[in-house]
Design a protein around this ligand. Structure first.
Ligand code: UD1
Length: 345
């Protein structure tokens, strides 16, 4: 067991919980803080069933300065932070911009403030390919221009990257790794943890699995008149466990002083773009279950096509997306079936 503890904010959430599993399997003691606004305590049982270790858990809201202060005082061994805690629904952010700016930016500011007064070596930040907007060229490298954000959610990711950069350039005694995720999908192969959206899913895969289960009548494919081979939008769907593993590597770099710069930026994607229709076909092929769907109009604000050039992460981190998309689809379906077994949905 390592001695350097990793603080995972939002650690009972979708990507957070998968990352806690990988951290614990790599020997790191973890403390999770989560306000359970979009997750629940049962996730801790899933993590424990997979790893045999129950992570320390603090129920609390990192947008509250006093909560973060107490956390760092209670856990003086925190050596690194991975910040997943954030509001993340694009549509909701258009309706409630103040909530998004207040929540996402205060969480980050409180963490950075507290890290500065403790011997914390670094912070991994969950950023997004949304910072590239509609890219001029695909696949997208980290050098691609940052486009004006199309939603308050996206803007919080851009501003957060700038805040971290300013704070470190001003001499803060820690490093950062900014990870720009493409589209995280799938679940842990054990089906003990996975994505559990509240209400009607806004994202594609939870809608696909719920439709396959019969919870939703039909999936709407938002547009088949895009300038793509089959007319539907193209994304880079990255397996959530592969994604989680990149966080362990990123933390390790900062803790062992291997970072090449105080701030490093990496795209986390597969390098392969898939259309919505190709993804549905993959799900049906992998699971043998049909997904009733119909083509409807475009969704406002959608990007036509975006996929990653992950060369920097491949070469510098030694990380590569490994899971074939069909396996990822099977894992998403196994998780949906587990939720049904448990009577969750
Ligand atoms: C969006 C955000 C991204 C954010 C992510 C998670 C943008 C540009 N991207 O990704 O930053 O991290 O949400 O919340 O704002 N689709 C359908 N039918 C559905 C649902 C989706 O056809 O019922 C299509 C969409 O049009 C899109 C693809 O599936 O082409 C993926 O959509 P989604 O899973 O919502 O992710 P993004 O919009 O790519």
């Amino acid at each position: 067991m390592k001695t350097e503890r990793i603080l995972v904010t939002g650690g009972t959430g979708y990507i957070g919980s998968h990352t806690v599993v990988e951290l614990q399997q790599a020997g790191y003691p973890v403390v999770i803080i989560d306000n359970l606004s979009n997750s629940n305590r049962d996730v801790l049982d899933g993590i424990e069933r997979i790893t045999g270790i129950r992570p320390d858990f603090v129920e609390g809201d990192c947008s509250d300065r006093a909560v973060v202060k107490k956390l760092f005082n209670d856990y003086p061994d925190i050596a690194g932070v991975i910040n997943f805690a954030a509001s993340k629904a694009v549509g909701e952010s258009m309706e409630k911009p103040i909530l998004y700016y207040r929540n996402n930016l205060n969480i980050l500011l409180n963490l950075l403030d507290e890290m500065s007064t403790h011997a914390t070596k670094g912070i991994v930040f969950s950023s997004s390919c949304t910072v590239y907007g509609e890219p001029d060229v695909n696949p997208v490298t980290e050098e691609a221009p940052i486009k004006k954000a199309t939603s308050p959610y996206g803007n919080t990711k851009q501003i957060s990257e700038e805040i971290i950069t300013d704070v470190i350039n001003a001499g803060a005694p820690f490093k950062s790794v900014l990870l720009r995720y493409f589209n995280p999908v799938g679940a842990h192969p054990s089906a003990e943890i996975g994505e559990l959206p509240n209400g009607v899913p806004q994202n594609l895969i939870p809608f696909v699995t719920q439709t396959a289960m019969g919870i939703r009548k039909e999936l709407s494919v938002f547009g088949d008149d895009y300038n793509t081979p089959d007319g539907s939008c193209i994304r880079d769907y990255i397996n959530v466990v592969d994604l989680a593993k990149a966080h362990v590597i990123a933390v390790e770099r900062m803790l062992t002083d291997k970072s090449e710069a105080k701030i490093e930026v990496f795209n986390l994607g597969t390098g392969v773009g898939l259309s919505v229709l190709e993804l549905i076909a993959s799900f049906e092929r992998a699971t043998g279950v049909k997904v009733p769907h119909k083509i409807v109009g475009r969704r406002a604000g959608d990007i036509e096509k975006v996929w990653a050039n992950p060369a920097r992460a491949n070469n510098v981190l030694g990380w590569k997306a490994e899971t074939p998309i069909d396996d990822t689809m099977r894992s998403a379906w196994a998780w949906q079936c587990r939720l049904r077994e448990r009577g969750v949905m």
